[in-house]
Design a protein around this ligand. Structure first.
Ligand SMILES: *[C@@H]1O[C@H](CO)[C@@H](O)[C@H](O)[C@H]1NC(C)=O
Ligand SMILES: *[C@@H]1O[C@H](CO)[C@@H](O)[C@H](O)[C@H]1NC(C)=O
Length: 644
């Protein structure tokens, strides 16, 4: 009443005030309603390129039903409450107020809880628009940050953060590949990317590179499977980011599954005809998907891999891999890539190469074939050797494997594994499963070269009932067939080699050693402390060969006075082929062609002290051929680690 009795100027002023308040409220309301459309967070710089589809994408949370009880017991949370705990999903605010109406399923909108924002987002994306890096204010902390990032992830995450999430890799395909034409009716692909505490930059770079390089008509979906990550940035921030990308679905497991279990979960949810398993730190070349799909379409039992290029863990430099290459494994069941030797390079640069094994980093397989051949072995723990198991099984049970050279995907070669195994025994247990299920009598050879596995196996047996049943029901071939038809290059050691074990030198107290970094093609032998784990295994057989290492395809050879290893010459006879003999009484190992003795040199000082007549500077640590003398450095014995 008083208000209206005021004189006119007052009334006008108050009216203006009301209007102002009204305008402000409307503005705020608009802001809330169109929050999603107006927000320009640095985590979504590519929105223009990936406009939202009409319906919000589905966010799924999956609990593996097999282990529901166990999981709840482990984490003390039902999946839903664990979600709320993580502030993962919220219904839109309009529905929050109206508690009576149930939340619409499949249309959740993700909201970051402001309370959790600071602690939950330790790694905010630092990329400017279109990948121009925005510099963090690192100051003097830079190297410390790099160090801790290296510790956390196994690569230089600080450098990765500065590189665009959508960088283009240089063209390294053969020119002939660019002329290849692929069918328009290729099968559709589901790219399954499992991750556990992956860095933001590498994970999202993987996703974007798939979206940018895979043709829309062939890419059914990208399935991100979170294997119980703990890092905050992989929770609500990731859900929000992913919800804006087309064809990307996020699945979360509430139980730690490991690589095999996680990929199986993704495979069970996948809708595409072909599964592409991909590690969460890869970058695809343009045109990588079509050649893979074509090979699978031609034969549904064919499992294929691109050429795996390498991203340097320190600099994130892209390094192209030399072609032709294939995947193999040694008697320790360790996988490695092998560059094919000159004789085998008759290949056309576009022709796929048959491969005894494939790495787990990128792998394409028909979805139905994958399921019918038994998926991944559910008995495999955490990670390690699951891809070797799959490789052997695919070959033995009716499939085949090859590397397709016109497809290239780069993989981040880590300095050390992202999440170190709690103990080595996990890897050994996985390998024991392979040996016991698939290797038959040949498993003896494995246990001889992996001492830890030998001792574990003595005290416990793996439960392989299900897998042996699968092997029977699929009518799988024998490992002997694999060795003679698919991988004849894997040397089967003589049943009774003359001598085998670690080659121990009395004078130095060290064992003959070939540093693993020197590669499978051969190089100078060295000496090192005896490992006792089987990596230094070598054997002197009745042919006079000294075969080195877990693969047994390298032989001791003389290169002037140095002892090196080179690929063994299986079909050659003595004059061309190095031959060795051990004199048991003196422990001397004699190279028959030169009649010289094997001598260990520990370091340069050691050398100068004893033999002044040698040229200065020439020798380093290693194995040498010297005139025979009764000296402890020429005295050797083979130490058996495992009594079979
Ligand atoms: C990549 O290549 C560079 C030089 O060409 C080399 O220094 C680096 O070690 C390579 N990185 C890897 C992981 O092979
Ligand atoms: C081995 O596993 C099968 C099922 O996978 C189970 O039925 C069997 O009881 C297990 N055997 C042992 C000894 O645990």
């Amino acid at each position: 009443m008083m208000l209206w009795s005021r004189p006119r100027p007052y009334r006008r002023m108050i009216l203006c005030l009301w209007l102002l308040i009204l305008a402000l409220s409307v503005a705020t309301l608009m802001d809330i309603l169109f929050w999603d459309e107006t927000q320009t967070s640095p985590s979504s710089p590519r929105r223009l390129h990936h406009p939202r589809l009409s319906g919000p994408p589905e966010l799924e949370v999956i609990l593996d039903s097999r282990d529901r009880a166990k999981s709840n017991h482990d984490f003390g949370l039902t999946p839903l409450s664990s979600l709320q705990e993580d502030q993962l999903l919220f219904v839109p605010s309009t529905q929050v107020r109206n508690s009576a109406s149930p939340p619409r399923t499949g249309s959740y909108r993700v909201i970051i809880s402001s309370a959790k924002k600071e602690s939950a987002v330790p790694v905010l994306p630092t990329h400017g628009y279109m990948g121009r890096p925005v510099r963090l204010t690192l100051g003097g902390l830079e190297s410390d940050m790099e160090k801790s990032a290296l510790q956390k992830y196994g690569f230089n995450e600080v450098v990765s953060e500065r590189i665009s999430l959508r960088r283009r890799l240089p063209e390294t395909r053969d020119k002939k590949c660019l002329e290849e034409r692929y069918s328009q009716s290729l099968p559709s692909a589901s790219v399954v990317i499992c991750f556990h505490d992956e860095a933001w930059s590498t994970l999202l770079r993987t996703v974007h590179s798939v979206l940018d390089t895979a043709p829309k008509e062939h890419l059914k979906e990208v399935l991100l499977v979170d294997d119980l990550s703990q890092h905050g940035h992989l929770k609500s921030v990731l859900s929000e980011y992913v919800s804006r990308l087309r064809v990307v679905r996020l699945i979360r497991s509430t139980r730690r599954l490991g690589v095999a279990g996680c990929r199986s979960l993704g495979a069970a949810r996948a809708l595409g005809e072909v599964l592409v398993f991909m590690d969460s730190h890869c970058e695809c070349h343009s045109g990588w998907l079509q050649p893979l799909l074509e090979r699978v379409a031609l034969d549904r039992t064919r499992v294929v891999s691109p050429i795996i290029d390498i991203i340097d863990w320190q600099t994130f430099q892209y390094n192209a891999t030399q072609w032709p290459q294939r995947g193999v494994f040694d008697w320790r069941l360790d996988f490695y890539w092998e560059t094919l030797s000159e004789q085998k390079r008759q290949h056309s640069p576009v022709e796929p190469v048959r491969s005894p094994a494939l790495a787990g980093s990128v792998l394409a397989i028909d979805r139905h074939f994958f399921q019918s051949v038994g998926g991944y072995d559910p008995g495999m723990l955490l990670w390690g050797a699951e891809h070797t198991e799959l490789s052997i099984r695919v070959w033995l049970c009716g499939g085949s494997m090859e590397v397709v050279p016109c497809s290239r995907v780069a993989h981040l070669g880590r300095h050390h594994p992202p999440y170190l195994l709690p103990d080595q025994e996990i890897l050994q247990r996985n390998k024991i499963r392979i040996a016991d299920i698939w290797l038959e009598a040949y498993r003896k050879i494995y246990y001889k070269r992996d001492t830890l596995a030998h001792f574990i196996r003595q005290s416990e047996s793996p439960n392989i009932t299900e897998r042996v049943r699968l092997k029977k029901s699929l009518g799988c071939r024998s490992f002997r067939w694999f060795l003679s038809n698919i991988y004849p290059e894997l040397h089967v050691p003589q049943d009774r080699p003359t001598l085998s074990g670690e080659l121990y030198n009395v004078g130095t107290g060290y064992c003959a050693d070939y540093p693993r970094g020197r590669g499978p093609e051969g190089g100078a032998m060295s000496v090192a402390p005896c490992s006792g784990n089987g990596y230094q295994h070598c054997e002197l057989n009745s042919l006079g060969e000294v075969r080195w290492g877990p693969a047994g395809h390298l032989c001791f050879n003389a290169q002037e006075e140095r002892v090196v290893v080179t690929p063994c010459l299986a079909n050659q006879s003595p004059p061309n082929k190095p031959q060795w003999r051990i004199i048991k009484l003196t422990g001397q190992v004699i190279h028959l062609q030169t009649q010289r003795c094997l001598e260990a040199v520990n370091d340069e000082k050691d050398e100068q002290k004893d033999t002044g007549d040698h040229q200065r500077g020439a020798p380093q640590a290693g194995l040498f051929l010297r005139p025979c003398a009764h000296h402890p450095r020429q005295q050797w014995h083979f130490e058996q680690l495992v009594v079979p």
